[in-house]
Design a protein around this ligand. Sequence first.
Ligand code: ATP
Ligand code: MG
Length: 508
Amino acid sequence: MRESSHLGATVTPLAGAGQRLAVGGPPLAEDVPDVGRARDAKPEAGIERTLLYVARTPDPLLCAYLKSRGWEISTARTVHEASRLVKPEAAYAGIIDLTGFAPREFAGLETILRLQQVGWIALTDDTRLTDAEVRRLIRHYCFDYVHVPVAHATLDYLVGHAFGMVSLCDLDTPAAAASQDDDEMVGTCEAMQQLFRTIRKVANTDATVFISGESGTGKELTALAIHERSARRKATFVPINCGAIPHHLLQSELFGYERGAFTGANQRKIGRVESANGGTLFLDEIGDLPLESQASLLRFLQEGKIERLGGREQIPVDVRIISATHVDLEAAMRDGRFRADLFHRLCVLRVDEPPLRARGKDIEILAHHVLHKFKQDSARRIRGFTPDAIEALYNYNWPGNVRELINRVRRAIVMAESKLISAEDLDLAHFTAQQTVTLAQAREAAERRAIEAALLRHRHRLTEAAADLGISRVTLYRLMGTHGLRDEKTFFGGDAENQAELPPDGQD
Ligand SMILES: Nc1ncnc2c1ncn2[C@@H]1O[C@H](COP(=O)(O)OP(=O)(O)OP(=O)(O)O)[C@@H](O)[C@H]1O
Ligand SMILES: [Mg+2]
């Protein structure tokens, strides 16, 4: 059962600086990624430091300098050349000089930026950075970016770091696959890195945490990660799905009962709250909690004591409460289905899970992660994904998020008839590049992705997201309507600004 496997999560070291968060990881102090190790990476005997340099006009002086620093450089002037140079089994640092490419070439560049085994550093200038598409490419696919002109030594330092990071993320080796933990969180994109930082910070306190995110984004995994990194990690993590327990049983399930409390209560039962004493109580689907239980929970949060059903004793219980929902709690509060006072008690700290479609390259990394975890389910030796499968992974919208991705890849492992999983095996044949996509559709998809990412980055603060996107607040609001993003504030972490009426403070 998943709950018990969570309870038994073991302590493992952080797998890959910043790439993954091992849920059973050590506490905060030892948890700081050892970036120095990757940054200072010196060429070790037998390990070739390979670097892919993509530029319209490669700089010969830079190439000479990097060669003198021990880099094995491959230079490419076009996307086509670059994709021919990359060997699937090798790790690379990558330099992509965005200053020489025209905006119409960005879609092509994205194909190589997605290459899982390349750790990219972007070279750019102020003009390029005003382009939202350039900013998106950098955010999603690059470890860092620098303005040109850049000191060669700085670039050497940065590519050393990027190379160290992709070498750690060597997902295709059996050893890497074997080391993958069940409870490990995979994430390299900016949104996930931010989530990991938030997890580390909130783990350090005892305040209540409210996790919001679409279904299947990893809310429970995050709750467990917080518990395993907190001072309470030696005590239990007790998850309870408020939506899965019949309402009339919830009170006794949460708070327990005394013998004789009602017909059939033959012996005392300890409730979930009490059984989490000293540890963490995870209230999943908190939006489904009936009003009666909301009142009892609020009382408990105020007093720190529970009363078992049929009992008179007030029992002090020390638990940290983490709650989660995939529904819009603000709407539930407006409709009177959820108590605002309880919500404010539960939501001292807030964590927002990014939807999978906003995680860029992580989609592919997660697909490989799942493949390695479950590839023994297939009689044949599955080695990876076809290019059309990769394309489809990026084009699909993933309404069921990570859970859906896991299910699709697992099913494909069983169904695949060759050594590579195809888009058809994933049941995503309609999302391949062969599918005709008009320019208008491609633009629309890119626009939606950029808006979603900006909203997520700024926790749905429209003014800041609009500034980032280089548009007015009014335009952003209108575009959110066009792309159906206005109802999703709960996923992004709605704040006061969202709930206010939008003043007509900007024109196009
Ligand atoms: N970043 C991640 N890396 C690896 N696995 C993940 C990640 N996020 C989620 N998963 C896996 O995806 C599945 C769904 O995660 P989880 O149950 O935590 O999601 P959830 O948001 O609680 O979903 P729901 O809303 O349906 O309850 C689990 O098997 C979990 O291990
Ligand atoms: Mg859940």
